[in-house]
Each structure stands twice: as C-alpha cells, then as structure tokens.
Design a protein. Sequence first.
Length: 547
Amino acid sequence: MNPTNVDALRPLPYHTYTTRTGSLRTLAHLYFSYSDKIIRYWTQITTTLNVTDSSNGYAPPRDAITTAAIPTNASEPLTIIWSLETSDDETYGYLYFAEIQQLRANETREFKIVANGRVDYDSYSPMNFEADTVFNHVSLKCEGAGDPCVPKQFSWIGLSCNVMDTSTPPRIITLNLSGNNLRGSVPQSLHNRKKDGLKLSVDANIKQCGSCKPRSWVVVIVVSVSCVAIIIIVLVLIFFFRKRKRSSCKGGFGVVCHGYLNNEHVAVKILSQSSTQGYNEFKTEVELLLRVHHVNLVSLIGYCDEGNDLALIYEYMGNGNLKERLSGKRRGSILNWSNRLKIAIESALGIEYLHIGCKPPMVHRDVKSTNILLGETFEAKLADFGLSRSFLVGSNTHVSTNVAGTIGYLDPEYYQKNWLTEKSDVYSFGIVLLEIFTGQPVIEQSREKPYIVEWAKSMLANGDIDSIMDPNLHRGYDKSSSWKALELAMSCINPSSTERPNMTRVAHELNECLEIYENLSKRSQDANSTNSMGHGTSFISDTPSAR
C-alpha cells in the first residue's frame, strides 16, 4: 500500500494544538504497510472486517486503522525512533490502536507505552475492532547521555574541550561548577583531574546539608535536557515556610507550606516521615502531573526526591481551599451564589478532563472540598492526585481495587463492592456540591441527621429551599437555579452508579444554572433601571417555592 493513498486532509480536535509558543508542523506519518528503518522488529497484520472509529475526533483513514503491526518477537518491543533538527525541538506523537485480530476468550493483548524511558501508559489494551487515539500531553524532547564534548553544537554547558581530530577522543580541559549552589564536597576524582591539568571552578562555600528543618528545604530539580546529553543543574532553593496542617483520614501526606521560588509564591507539600503510604502517593502524583495539564488542575512546578526528603512544589493558590472558605475559617468575603456556581463548574471541568481527556482515563478517588483550591480571583483547581488510578478502556466498566478516599465522600457502591469507576468521583463531587450550596459540613454530630446526604434528603422533603441553602447567602440566589443545582447534586449521589450523570453532564447543567441566575439578575437590574425612570413594570415569578 502506498502511504500517500492513506494520507488525508482533515481537521483535528482543537486540543491537538498544544504548543506553548510558535506553530506546529508535521514531522512524519508512519504506517505499518511498508518497511522503514525507523520502525524496528515488527510484523504487518491486516483485516477485512469493519473497524469503527472511536478516536475522539482524530478520524484516521480507514486503510490506516485496518492495517497494523505487532512485534515479531512477543518479548521484544516494537520501537519507533526519529531524529530532531535541534535540541530545543519538541514533538507530540499520536498513535492509533485497535485490536484487529480475533482473540480467543481467554486471551488479552496488553502492553506498556514508553517514551524516552518513561512509562506514559501502563497496562494498555486496544479495543476490539475499534480505533482509539493515544497521545502524549507533555512534549517529547531528544534525550541521551552522549559525549559531553561532541557534537560541538550540543556540548555540555559549563565546560570546554580540546578536540584534536576524529582519531583522538576529546578531553575536558575546563569545568565550571560555580553558581549552582552545590551541596557536599568536591569528589576526589575531580581533585585528581586537577593534577592532570583540569581547570576546575567551584563556589568557595559549597553548602553542607544536615537535617533539613521546617524553615528551610533543599530541592533538587532537573532543569535541562539536551539532544545528546542530560545536563543536571542542582539548585538549592531556600524557602521560609508558614506551616499549615493538612487533615486526612489516612494520616496525611504531611504538611503544606507557603514559600517563594524565584520571587514567586509557591506551595510546598512535604512528606511526613510517619506517613505509611506517603511515598506511593508521592510517586503517583508526580507521574500524573508530569503528563496531565489542564487549567482546572493544580500545576506541579517541581519536586524533590532525595533519600527521605520528599516534597512537591505547586503553584500557589492564594485563597486556600474550598472548605476553609465555606466554613468561614479563612478570612475574607463570603462566596456569593454566582461565585459558588463558577467554582462548581471549574471543579467539574477538572474532573471531566481526568475522565475523558486523559489516556488512559483517570479516577481521582479523593474528590472533596479540601482538594479544591481557589486562586486570587477564586478560580478553582483540583488538587491532590496521590490516590488517582487509571481505569480500563474497552468493555470493562470498573476496576476492582482496595477502597481509598475520605469518609463522607466515599461512593457507597465502591465501598461495598470495591468496584471503582468514574461514577465514584461523581458521587464524591455530589457531596461537594451539597457543601457548596448548603454551607453545611459533611458530617455534623449535632444535627439530627449527622450525614449531609440524609440531612439534605429530609430538608428537601419539606419543599422549603430557604431552609437548606446556606444562610450566609442571605437569600442572594434565585429559586430556579438553586432548585436545579440541588436536584443535580442529589442525582450525583444516587446510590446506583448507573443512575448518576457523567461529569460532562454535570458541568453542562451547572452552566445552565449559572445562565439562569445571570439572566434573571440582568432582568432584575433592567427592571430596577426602568422603575428609576418612572416607568411601571410587572414581576414574573421564577419558580414555586416548593417541589
């Protein structure tokens, strides 16, 4: 098959254009219908059966998705390699997968997708005769640990070499380590090289780090990767922290501190030495946030993984978490109805991205009001991904796993059956919606019905919306949008996961609630304006007060 026959001019989804600056261009189209040196150890397979397209808008040509490849040796990888023009080039790969062979009932095809030595997708299974698109959310750059002196244009920063000719290996003659704030002592091997003529430059006061105390922290960050060499620059970043305890039903990751990095506010989450599952959560969160980016997910700026010293560095969210704001523990104005709906919408979009924007899809597993952070203008971002899990694609509807999460937010179906689905997050988010709308704590022993779900059901049965809405709103809401919002929250906490809406539907209905409120507010303002000019007006009731 000629590859030009399967090329097609077609629009791609908007989120394909993820470049931060500049523009995108096609590097290569690779098909498995002809031999090419950049694809190794593969065997071509084809099918005449129909393969449907579930590629989320990428619409690969039919000839492309009915022709595939498998490794010649099942124990060997199928490897794709390519070359870039410069060390700064960034690439995004889009891979089409489909199971186009008839497997026996007891057979499953499963593999990992590894890019530059990093596992991007673990335990991936292609769908039966259904095409899916897998891509990397974070750009790939050329990596390698080649000779630090050659090629000359990619030589390591901070050193110079004498390159005689191709028959003589290049030799490093100067090495400048100043300005890196390195810790420890200069290795003896470098001292020995100085005797052989190496010109070595180091800071006069290389810092020694003993036990790190709560008021300072040492962070090691890999900041530069070149096409032929990995350059590791070690920075000592000193933070002055304001300790803030983080509560959790599991004992917690540790403490969250406020600090500064390059004169910018940052939040640093430090692993507690007594945390039993802290390292696993730390590893999960780093791996997830390195490949997942969304405006409503908190951004990871860096991390430290050095011995027992583990820390995550996040963007700083100046208005704390949602629970603090709702409970009044954090100083500042009370969130009005419009702000609450916007926070709910943005949080829902963050969860929706995990469910349908990630490949493979992710379940957060710990959606709660303390994990929704608010920025300076009350923009909402989902945080704390230490318990997140990917769930299988294809015909499987759940993952069997040990229960994890926070009491009060746990999906009862997940708790009883150990079946994890994206609808488990929907249940937890329903609890968050009840917190946002009512201002009530999730569990309050002083109430007649301590659990917020049971309390909300009993209050809604009375049909008086003012008795359930947060009194701090001072009735600054309309009954149309508030009833719709409360009914949405109750649908999210349906005991049966199949009866709950998905997060796309949740976000859509919350948007409708906000539009209803804003339209009624505008009509009210227009009416007041008309009255002030001496004209009469009529009042139209929005909804009855009971349902």
